[in-house]
Structure formats: structure tokens, C-alpha cells
Design a protein around this ligand. Structure first.
Ligand code: URA
Length: 248
């Protein structure tokens, strides 16, 4: 059989994305036939024994990938497992024949749309910073929002030493001491919405992701999952900006 790069074999098996696989190789978690794997190493995926932390990884040629949408409730971490005993989103998944993992993450107290897949390439495409998939959040802030704060959020604010890309801000409702707005961002920086709000002096009381590109959370019950429909899968694939070809 033709030799294939280890990170591709790992990603195709559904264990994790190709990028994460590269990290695992670098951090010495991966072995081939009992020897530490090297980045870029090619293997015969059928004959060679590939393990990650002792767990055998099997090559999958023709696979049916799984694509799920979850309405993540508050109080769950976006992780496969947790050594501190915190509740993990994986506890909410149905029984599946394949291993799926989350596409990106939502904070412990963020709720809403979280994708899961067994398709490492899909996950990579969705998360890659150059692909700019929009993420829509419903943000409840206190006490009020001024026009100036909304403009700042939309034009970009400094977080972690870098200005955020332009965002769309729409105030949905105003009550005394509480404003609900919709925020659409195209980056996926760590705790980005909370940090953006903090940077302009707004306190986030509630944060919910309501859409991921063209995918809408809709009425999906908190703590439950559903498979993406074929037309949704086509739409999200189409929404991912393709990397620009380098001119020769
Ligand atoms: N921005 C945040 O601050 N938290 C999330 O979970 C997602 C986006």
C-alpha cells in the first residue's frame, strides 16, 4: 500500500484534526511500530502499527463521516475528558460507531451551537483562521450599551495585543439594566466575545452562539444533538473561504 503521512492517517481515522495530530507527534505521544514517530514520517497505514498514548489507531479508507450540531448548555467544558472531574460536552453525545470531536470550542459558560465531526479535514477547514467562517452570538450585556461602545465593537478593539477584525453589531432588545445584542465575528480567538465586551466596558451576563456560518441553531433543545442535513453540509462547506492560490 502507498505510504501516507502519519498526521493524515490520524486525521482520517477521526482521532483529531491534522494540526492536532502534528502537535501530538511533536509532543511524543505517537509511535509507529513501538518507536516514536517523526513529523512528516510516512507509513504503510495497513501494515504499520500506529499508536497514540498506547491506543491503536486504525486507518479508515472509505468512511462515512459524521457531522453533528449540539446545543451546548452552560456548565460543560469543550473537551473530550477532564482530569478535574468537570462535565464535558462529550457526555451529551449519542452513542456513535465513530469517534467525533468538537470543531473549535465554547467556554464553560457559553451555550449554543457546537459542531462535532469525525472528519479531520472538515474540522481543520472550519477552524483555520484564514477561512473566516462567521460566528453569530447572542450576547446579553449589562447595564446598557452606548452607540460609542457598539461602534468600537464593530470597528475593532484591542485584545491580547491585536485589534479584532470588523464585526457586525445589532442591538436586539433593551430593558432596564440589560441589553441583548447580536454580534457576528469572523475570527475565533480565545474568549473573543467576552474579551471584546470587556475591552469596551461591558459585562457579559449571557453568551450563546446561535449560528456558525450558514448553520442555525434554531430550536434544538439544550443538551441535545442532531445530524447536519446534506444541504446544511453543502452550505457550510461552501461558506468556507478557500485559501488563495500562490502565484508562481
Ligand atoms: N467568545 C467567547 O468569549 N466565548 C466563547 O465561548 C465563544 C466566543
Amino acid at each position: 500500500m502507498e505510504k501516507i503521512r502519519i498526521q493524515k492517517v490520524i486525521a482520517d481515522s477521526g482521532y483529531c484534526s491534522r494540526r492536532k495530530a502534528e502537535e501530538l507527534i511533536l509532543n511524543r505521544h505517537v509511535k509507529v511500530n513501538g518507536h516514536l514517530a517523526l513529523t512528516g514520517q510516512k507509513i504503510d497505514p495497513v501494515k504499520d502499527v500506529l499508536t497514540i498514548d498506547g491506543e491503536r489507531i486504525y486507518y479508515q479508507t472509505k468512511k462515512e463521516h459524521v457531522y453533528l450540531m449540539m446545543n451546548k448548555p452552560r456548565g460543560y467544558i469543550t473537551s473530550m475528558s477532564d482530569d478535574r472531574g468537570r462535565r464535558c460536552v462529550t457526555e451529551l453525545l449519542p452513542n456513535l460507531d465513530v469517534r467525533v470531536y468538537p470543531v473549535g470550542r465554547l467556554d464553560l459558560n457559553t451555550e449554543g451551537l457546537l459542531l462535532f465531526t469525525s472528519d479531520g479535514k472538515f474540522a481543520n477547514d472550519m477552524m483555520h483562521p484564514s477561512r473566516s467562517v462567521s460566528k453569530t452570538y447572542r450576547v446579553t450585556v449589562r447595564p446598557d450599551i452606548t452607540d460609542e461602545q457598539a461602534v468600537k465593537l464593530s470597528e475593532g478593539v484591542m485584545i491580547d495585543g491585536r485589534v479584532t477584525a470588523p464585526a457586525e453589531v445589532r442591538v436586539l432588545s433593551k430593558e432596564p439594566n440589560r441589553v441583548v445584542m447580536e454580534l457576528v465575528i469572523r475570527e475565533g480567538r480565545n474568549r473573543q466575545v467576552r474579551k471584546m465586551c470587556e475591552a469596551v466596558g461591558l459585562e457579559v451576563a449571557r453568551l450563546k452562539r446561535t449560528a456558525f456560518g450558514p448553520l442555525k441553531l434554531g430550536m434544538l433543545k439544550p443538551g441535545t444533538c442532531r445530524e447536519l442535513k446534506p444541504e446544511e453540509l453543502r452550505a457550510i462547506r461552501g461558506a468556507v473561504k478557500k485559501p488563495e492560490r500562490r502565484r508562481k
